[in-house]
Design a protein around this ligand. Structure first.
Ligand code: PLP
Length: 416
């Protein structure tokens, strides 16, 4: 009897995405008890106080004014030339590294991760990221026979755990030719942590030390999916300059995404940016990635590229976009502050939040706690080591009351 038709490598556990599952449960609860009585902190997108998806007017007006041909035609495989230039401009701003830089279009930041992982690691390689991490890293890596391993993100002082990072970095360097690490900053998902400039110095010093062995190839992938909601646009970009004049065997890659910064989640537009001191390595990056584009999805969303290019090229449009984004950035930071302040006031332990869409609450029994909270109509996402609360999707007033409900549920479970 035929039990399965899929090839062996394509058979995975039959699990539904827990995030979408919980989000559906929250929506059902909203229908039964009314929106005001439910806290739906499962969604990884900016929602207004009524739970409606925020879509930026300056972005969608631009889209609707595009000629059909500018939406419907094929785009160039690497991305339209003006998109490539616009990505560089809007991403680096005044902090362009002194390096050879190439940009290749990808379907969102997810596509950028795939391009980088596929082209810069070998089958069986370990990929290093932090123990709090965005779980699709594992799906992307395991699909192509790579394995995600982790270091502890935080030390006892609740800042970047360089000791754990170094230990794992050196362990991998000892056994692999390639050391590929993903650093999701600024505004890390799920904790809201941002690596500081001093911490970047330490990471780069370690990389340079290992790079003295010329047989080693070091890839630092900066997943910057939340950069547009991570604080002062200038301050948070300063660390890009540190990617100037690095040794030739250190390649920095950045995952750029329009999902959050342009509220364009479903448009699937982003780019992988390669930063190297060697022109030949930059060219190789371009051709390796473009080959993968052709082999996987061909070209990307031309209309979305045009939105970005048109906004970046036109100062007036750019100002409007920046003004509009500022409103939502402010909304997000007010919500996060309400959650952080209240947690501190009532003694709920949370991980160090600096910016971004999420706050994490460490606990020993995430699934149980998440389930318990649904009884109070609070919906969160259980992770391996805690709960993820999406401040991006919850009003300020609800962000203020949620910590107490979470603390009570924790205490109730402890007392059982
Ligand atoms: N990286 C992180 C940490 C994310 O949370 C996301 C989206 O949720 C992405 C990358 C990629 O998003 P997209 O593929 O929509 O650009």
């Amino acid at each position: 009897m035929v039990k399965s038709m899929a090839a062996k490598h394509a058979i995975w556990p039959r699990e539904n995405d827990i995030i979408f599952n919980l989000s559906e449960r929250a929506q059902r609860a909203e229908k039964v008890t009314g929106k005001d009585n439910v806290i739906n902190a499962t969604i990884g997108a900016l929602m207004d106080d009524d739970g409606k998806l925020i879509t930026m007017e300056s972005v969608y007006k631009e889209y609707k004014e595009l000629p059909n041909g500018e939406i419907g035609a094929y785009a160039s495989l690497a991305g339209q030339p003006d998109y490539i230039e616009s990505v560089k401009k809007i991403f680096f701003r005044e902090y362009m590294p002194d390096a050879h830089i190439r940009v290749v279009a990808s379907p969102g930041g997810s596509g950028a991760i795939k391009l980088a992982l596929w082209n810069y690691t070998n089958i069986g390689d370990e990929i290093l990221t932090s123990d709090w991490f965005w779980s699709p890293y594992v799906s992307i890596a395991e699909e192509i026979d790579r394995k995600v391993v982790t270091y502890k993100l935080f030390n006892e002082g609740n800042s970047f755990n360089l000791t754990s990072f170094k230990e794992n970095f050196l362990r991998i360097a000892d056994k692999q030719e390639r050391i590929f690490t993903i650093i999701n900053t600024p505004g890390h998902n799920p904790t809201g942590y941002s690596v500081s400039d001093d911490e970047w110095d330490e990471i780069l010093d370690l990389s340079k030390e290992v790079a003295k062995d010329e047989s080693k190839k070091i890839m630092i992938f900066v997943d910057a999916a939340y950069i547009d909601f991570a604080g002062d646009d200038k301050v948070i970009r300063k660390f890009f300059r540190k990617f100037s004049n690095l040794p030739e065997n250190i390649l920095v890659m950045v995952g750029f995404s329009m999902s959050k910064g342009f509220t364009a989640y479903g448009m699937r537009m982003g780019a992988v940016i390669g930063i190297t001191s060697d022109e030949n390595i930059a060219e190789e990056f371009h051709y390796s990635c473009v080959h993968s584009c052709r082999a996987n999805w061909s070209n990307c969303n031309r209309g979305a590229m045009a939105i970005l290019s048109n906004i970046v090229k036109d100062q007036e449009k750019f100002n409007l976009y920046e003004e509009e984004k500022k409103i939502y950035k402010e909304m997000l930071s007010v919500r996060a502050k309400a959650f952080v302040d209240e947690s501190e006031k009532i003694g709920l332990e949370i991980l160090p939040y600096k910016a971004g869409f999420f706050i994490s609450i460490p606990c020993d029994n995430p699934k149980e706690l998440c389930e318990e909270l649904t009884k109070d109509n609070v919906y969160t996402i259980p992770l391996k080591m805690g709960l993820r609360f999406a401040v991006c999707a919850v009003s300020e007033s609800k962000c203020k009351i949620a910590p107490k409900i979470i603390k009570n549920a924790m205490e109730y479970l402890e007392s059982k």
